[in-house]
Structures are given as C-alpha cells and as structure tokens.
Design a protein around this ligand. Structure first.
Ligand code: UDP
Length: 392
C-alpha cells in the first residue's frame, strides 16, 4: 500500500537557499503498523506452549493457536484464540491463512523412535500435510516462519565438497543422510524436501519465509512419559527423566558417546520473538538456533541429569547408566548423528542473539517440572540397591 501524503506543511525557519522562499516540506505519514495476527500451528505442543504466551504479550497482537490438543498450553491467555483442529481438516489452512499476517508452523512428529517405526506418518506430518500451507502462504503473501530441524544436516557436518567440518552452517554445510534402508533419515529427508519447497516458492513465487533449524531444544513440558501420557520412547531428556522417576537404569544408546548441543527453551523462544520483530532481516533466511557452548555427550547429559535429580531427591537410590545397542533400543533402520554443533554467526548477526544458559543451569527447573507433573503418576519400584553413578 502506498503511504499517505499530507500536503503541504511549511517548516518554520526553513527557506530555499536560492530564492529565500519558504520551503515546502512534504511530510510522509506512514500508516501506524497494524498489530500482527499470528497463527501458530502446533500451539499445544512443547515449543508452542512456551511460544504462544510470549507472542500474546506483543502489544495488540492476536494469536490463532491451532492444535488437536491443548494439554500443555496455559488456559485463559488474553488475545489467544484456540482452534482445536487438525491441519488436514478441510478448509482449516484456508481459514487460517486468510486472516493471519504471520504463520508459525511447528507441527511434526519429531521423535527419532518414530522415524523407523512409523515413517509414512512422519513423512506426511513433516512434508505432505504442509505443502498446501506453503502454497497458501505464497498466494496470500503471508510470512511463513517454519520450524525445520538440525536433523537435516544428517550424520555429521561436511563441507559441500565432502570434507569433514566442525560446525553445521546454514548456507555452507552439505546435507549428509544415510542410505534409504536406514529409516532414521525419513524425517530429515521429509524436512529437507519441505525446506526446498519453501525455498523454491521464495525464489520463484515471492513467498516471504524464514526457516528455523532448532538444535536439541530442551525444557519443561518436553515430550511424554511412557505409561503416563504417551507410549513408546520419548526423546532423550524425557527418556532419562522417566528412568529416574521409575527407578530404572538410564540407557545410553551405543555407549552415549554421540554429542548434542542443548539449548534451553526460553532462550529459543527469545530468538523466535526476535525473528518476528525483524522481518526485513529474517525473511528469505535459513537460521540455526542452538547453543554451541552446550555441546556434550549423551553420557555427560545423563550424568548431569542424575546430579540435578539427586539434588532435588537426595534420598533416591543411586541411578545407574547402562549401555545398549541402537538396534536393540530402537529396532532396525535406526542410525544416528555423531555430533551436532550449530554455526551461530548468522543468528548472532541477524538477531543479535546469544544464548547463555549452561546445562547445569537449565536442568534444575526441568527436573522440578517433571517431578511436579509426573512423580506421583510414574509407577516405579524403589531401587533396592545402591550402585556406582555413571558406571554402565
Ligand atoms: N538416546 C539415549 N538414550 C535414550 C534416548 C536417546 O542414549 O534413552 C540417544 C539417541 O540415540 C541419540 C541421542 O540420545 O543419539 C539424542 O536422542 P533424541 O531422541 O533426544 O533426539 P536426536 O537428538 O537424536 O534427534
């Protein structure tokens, strides 16, 4: 829309240097920016439950929070409109994109235990169901902020000509997935293809987009506890918390030497808010959000979590760590990333953002949250024996 001109205004004391006549100054009155209407798809999940309350605090903003369940999202948030629906419901995406200025898409089945056991559902949730959203955002000129994954980088960081590198860089690292029979990469492949679709719509059809690649975001309300509010194997933090609450061994897949960079959810949400505030800088960009300073082995994570748990439950018997092969733990088709370290220069440059929380700082509130929500609901046998911590 063209800005409105208000004509003419004569500025005091300003005169033409040639004729001495008063200067005419045309004052451009830009329309006041309209508070955004933001749609969050997957608002009832782990990230959504942290993000939506923060978005609702943007002055004047309204949030359409869409999900099939809202168990994790705080009730009664002002200017948050809950829409209980599935993305595949007829007309839903049409309705959402008709009125949103910004669409933040969080939906996915992001749990490695599903990639080789329910691969087709993983592909649909990460790709098929979202292609119509990308098209609608392009047609209607909506800004799509899509949460992809660091998993797209694959097994380890490689340069585009195949040489090992240390960090995973948005614009310089190749995407290195395993062979097709290693179904672990189903999710990464689906997420990568959606990124490519988004990119193509951006390049060729004017889609305004930002793709975010989160690196192992952890925090309260993450994942389910098996036997309480879900079945199967959750991601590592919830799997370890379940073991601690149930008095069982913490299982280190393949010995736990694989490394991850952990980022606290509040800092992740800080970065997402900064993206929303910086459309000019962030549109057309792919952006890692992670914390390279918290790059630790899964074994080190287990030890740190045991320490944080025992600080809050000093009377619990000493938890044990036990190694198990990936094939036994996840079944055939599993594969793994050996190490993931995000390149952070782009997020720092575009967002002026640098996460600060260490693992030692982020684990106590997470443990407290799990104790509060699950301690009385996990049917565990008190450990009969004390064992050496950290000895697998
Ligand atoms: N893992 C583990 N024990 C568990 C669950 C997971 O050792 O009880 C390992 C898993 O094999 C992977 C890492 O922990 O190498 C992180 O797993 P997560 O499920 O959190 O997701 P990922 O980072 O692989 O996407």
């Amino acid at each position: 829309m063209r800005p409105k001109l208000s004509l003419p205004a004569v500025a005091d004391k300003q005169r033409s240097p040639r004729s001495g006549a008063p200067l005419r100054v045309y004052v451009t009155r830009l329309p006041a920016p309209r508070p955004p209407r933001i749609a969050v798809l997957g608002a009832g999940g782990f990230i959504g439950s942290h993000l939506v309350p923060r978005l609702a605090r943007i002055p004047g903003a309204t949030v359409d929070a869409v999900d099939i369940t809202f168990d994790k999202l705080a009730p009664g948030l002002p200017r948050v409109n809950r829409i209980q629906a599935s993305l595949t419901d007829p007309g839903l995406l049409d309705q959402i994109t008709a009125r949103a200025d910004i669409v933040i898409s969080l939906t996915a089945l992001c749990n490695p235990a599903l990639y080789n056991t329910r691969p087709l559902e993983v592909i649909d949730a990460s790709y098929t169901d979202l292609v119509p959203l990308v098209k609608l955002c392009a047609e209607r000129q909506r800004w799509l902020i899509h949460l992809s994954t660091c998993e797209v980088y694959g097994r380890r960081a490689l340069t585009v000509d195949g040489r090992p590198s240390r960090r995973m860089d948005e614009d310089r690292t190749a995407l290195f997935l395993g062979p097709i029979h290693r179904e672990r990469w189903t999710y990464a492949a689906a997420k990568q293809l959606l990124e490519r679709v988004i990119w193509a719509y951006g390049q060729h059809h004017g889609l305004r987009f930002t793709v975010v690649r989160p690196f192992n975001v952890i925090g309260p309300r993450m994942d389910f506890i098996p036997g309480v509010d879900g079945e199967g194997i959750p991601r590592v933090l919830a799997a370890f918390m379940h073991a601690l609450l149930a008095g069982e061994d913490l299982v280190l897949v393949g010995g736990g030497r694989q490394r991850r960079s952990f980022l606290y959810v509040d800092e992740f949400v800080d970065a997402l808010l900064r993206i929303v505030e910086r459309p000019e800088r962030c549109q057309g960009q792919i952006l890692n959000l992670g914390n390279d300073r918290n790059n630790v082995s899964i074994r080190a994570l287990a030890r740190a979590l045991v320490g944080a748990f025992r600080a809050q439950r000093p009377d619990c018997a000493l938890p044990r760590l036990r190694s198990q092969s990936a094939a036994q733990f996840y079944g055939p088709g599993y594969d793994d990333s050996a190490v993931r370290i995000p390149a952070m220069t782009k997020a720092r440059r575009l967002l002026d953002w640098r996460p600060r929380l260490t693992l030692a700082e982020m684990l106590p509130p997470i443990v407290a949250d799990y104790l509060l929500r699950y301690e009385s609901r996990v049917a565990g046998e008190p450990r009969a024996h004390a064992a050496t911590p950290g000895a697998p």
